[in-house]
Design a protein around this ligand. Structure first.
Ligand code: FAD
Length: 434
C-alpha cells in the first residue's frame, strides 16, 4: 500500500521565527517543511540581539542547547538582566530583576545576531532552505486542497500550510492585510559591534554587565556579546510626524557617521565617550512598529504568521527574538498536536483547528506587548512635542517608573500551550455540549 503523502509546510523567511518553527517540526515523521528565504546568502548582518528566559528555555526545549553556550551567549555577571545608569554621573539609577527563580543558563543573554542564527541553522539541514526565494503571493487552491505559494522569480509551490515568518516588513503580512506595514516610531538606533579588546581599560561593571544610560532626550546602551564582541547602541528620538525630524528616511542597516555620534554624546559621562571613541564605525537602524492584527489566520485557515511578521512591535523592550522563538515553538506544537505521527486523516477543519490553537496561544500575549510598546512610544512623542526640558528629578522618576518587562521575558509558552489544549478538550467533551 502506498504511504500517505506527508503534510507539507512552507515557511517564508529563515530568520529567528522561521528557523525555530523548522526546528520544532524537523522530527515529525509525517510532516515535511521547506524554508524559503529572500536573501541570496545568510550573511552576518545585524548587531546585538537579546533573549530572555522565555526564549532561552524554549530553545532548550527545541534542543537548540548550543545557543545557550557561554561562548556565544553573554550574561550579566551580576545576574540582573539590565542595569540603568545616569547619563552624566554614571551612577546606577535602577535595575531590572528576574522575578522567577531563573537558572543561570536561562538568564537574559545577549548575542551577536549572526551567532544566534548560526546556532539555529545547525539544526536545519541546508537542503531544507531555499535561498533567493522572495514571497510574492499565496492563494487557496481548492482543486488540490492546499495553498499555492508564488515567488518573485516566477516559481511556485503547493503546501498544506503556509507560515509567514518574513520579518518586520513582511510581504506575507502585507499580502493578506494590505496597508498593515509598520511605520517609523521616531527612534533611530546607531549600532556597532567590535572586539571587546578595544575597551580593555574599562572596569568590570561596564565590561561584564549590560548597561543602559538614560538622558533627558537620548539613550545609550552597551554590552558585551558572545565570541569576544562588544556592542554599543546610541538612541536618537524625534517626533515621527515632524517634517524636519532628523534621520527621517534613514534606511535599515545603512552607514552612519561615527564622528556625528561622538558629537552627539560629547557632554555625556567620560565612560560613554570612551566607548563611542573606540567604535570603528556605526550603522543606522530606524525603528518601526505597526498595530496588532485582527487575526492571524488567512487562506481559509491554511496560512498564518510568526515573529515580527505577526506582531511588528519594533525593537523596544528587546522582546522580538524570544517572541519569535516562542511563536515558532507554538506553531510547531499546534501541528504536532492536531496531526500526531501516524494520523492520516487531514480534514480542512483540522488545519483551521491547528492554526486557531496556535493563535490562541500567542496572539493575546503579543497584542499586549504591542500595546505596551505603543504606549511607551506615545509617551516619548508627547514629551518631545511638549518641548520642555526634563529636570534631573523628572528623569530619575521616569527611569524608576519605566514599564517592567519581566512578564514578557519570563512567560512560559509551554504552560500556556498545555492550558489551551486542556481548554480545547474540555470544550469538545460530550459534557460540554449540555
Ligand atoms: C539581517 C537582519 C539583521 C537584524 N539585526 C538585528 C539587530 O541587530 N538587532 C535586533 O534587535 N534585531 C535585528 N534584526 C531583527 C530580529 O532578528 C527580529 O526582530 C527578531 O529576531 C524576530 O525574528 P523574525 O524571524 O520574526 O524576523 P527576522 O529575524 O527579521 O527574519 C525574517 C527573515 O525573513 C526574510 N525575508 C524577508 N522578506 C522576505 C520575503 N519577501 N520572502 C522570503 N523571505 C523574506 C529575511 O531575509 C529574514 O531572513 C535583524 C533582522 C535581520 C533580517
Amino acid at each position: 500500500m502506498e504511504a500517505p503523502r506527508k503534510l507539507s509546510v512552507a515557511i517564508i523567511g529563515a530568520g529567528v521565527a522561521g528557523l525555530a518553527a523548522a526546528v520544532g517540526l524537523k522530527d515529525h515523521p509525517d510532516i515535511e517543511y521547506q524554508v524559503y528565504e529572500r536573501a541570496g546568502r545568510l550573511e552576518e548582518i545585524g548587531a546585538s540581539i537579546a533573549l530572555g528566559p522565555n526564549g532561552l528555555r524554549t530553545l532548550e526545549r527545541l534542543g537548540v542547547v548550543n545557543a545557550l553556550d557561554n561562548s556565544i551567549a553573554f550574561r550579566n555577571r551580576s545576574g540582573f538582566p539590565m542595569i540603568y545608569r545616569h547619563w552624566r554621573t554614571n551612577e546606577i539609577t535602577s535595575v531590572d530583576s528576574h522575578h522567577d527563580d531563573v537558572e543561570r543558563r536561562h538568564r537574559t543573554a545577549r548575542f551577536y545576531r549572526a551567532d544566534l542564527q548560526k546556532a539555529l541553522l545547525a539544526h536545519v539541514p541546508s537542503e531544507k532552505i531555499q535561498l533567493k526565494k522572495a514571497f510574492a503571493s499565496a492563494t487557496a487552491n481548492s482543486s488540490t486542497n492546499s495553498v499555492t505559494v508564488s515567488f518573485e522569480d516566477g516559481s511556485s509551490v503547493n503546501a498544506d500550510v503556509l507560515l509567514g515568518a518574513d520579518g518586520i516588513r513582511s510581504a506575507v503580512r502585507r499580502y493578506f492585510v494590505p496597508g498593515s506595514g509598520p511605520k517609523w516610531t521616531g527612534w533611530v538606533a546607531f549600532r556597532s559591534v567590535f572586539d571587546v579588546k578595544l575597551l580593555e581599560d574599562l572596569d568590570d561593571a561596564i565590561l561584564n554587565e549590560a548597561n543602559h544610560w538614560w538622558g533627558p532626550d537620548r539613550t545609550f546602551f552597551a554590552s558585551r556579546l558572545g565570541n569576544g564582541l562588544f556592542t554599543i547602541v546610541g538612541g536618537h528620538y524625534s517626533d515621527p510626524d515632524a517634517p524636519d525630524a532628523p534621520y527621517r528616511g534613514a534606511t535599515w542597516n545603512s552607514d552612519g557617521d561615527v564622528n556625528e555620534m561622538r558629537q552627539y554624546y560629547k557632554d555625556w559621562h567620560p565612560v560613554i565617550r570612551r566607548m563611542v571613541d573606540a567604535s570603528p564605525y556605526t550603522r543606522q537602524y530606524p525603528n518601526t512598529a505597526a498595530s496588532a492584527l485582527d487575526r492571524w489566520s488567512f487562506c481559509h485557515g491554511r496560512a498564518t504568521l510568526a515573529g515580527d511578521a505577526a506582531h511588528a512591535h519594533g525593537g523596544t523592550l528587546a522582546a522580538g527574538g524570544s517572541l519569535a522563538i516562542d511563536d515558532g515553538y507554538a506553531f510547531a506544537a499546534a501541528l504536532w498536536h492536531v496531526f500526531p505521527p501516524g494520523s492520516t486523516h487531514r480534514a480542512t477543519y483540522d488545519f483551521k483547528r491547528a492554526l486557531s490553537l496556535y493563535e490562541r496561544v500567542r496572539k493575546l500575549r503579543t497584542d499586549r506587548v504591542i500595546s505596551t510598546v505603543h504606549a511607551g512610544n506615545k509617551a516619548t512623542i508627547s514629551r518631545i512635542r511638549a518641548g520642555k526640558e526634563e529636570t534631573d528629578d523628572q528623569l530619575r522618576e521616569r527611569v524608576k517608573n519605566r514599564s517592567d518587562p519581566f512578564w514578557i521575558h519570563e512567560h512560559d509558552v509551554q504552560a500556556v500551550f498545555a492550558k489551551a489544549v486542556a481548554e480545547e478538550i474540555e470544550l469538545n467533551s460530550p459534557a460540554a455540549k449540555f
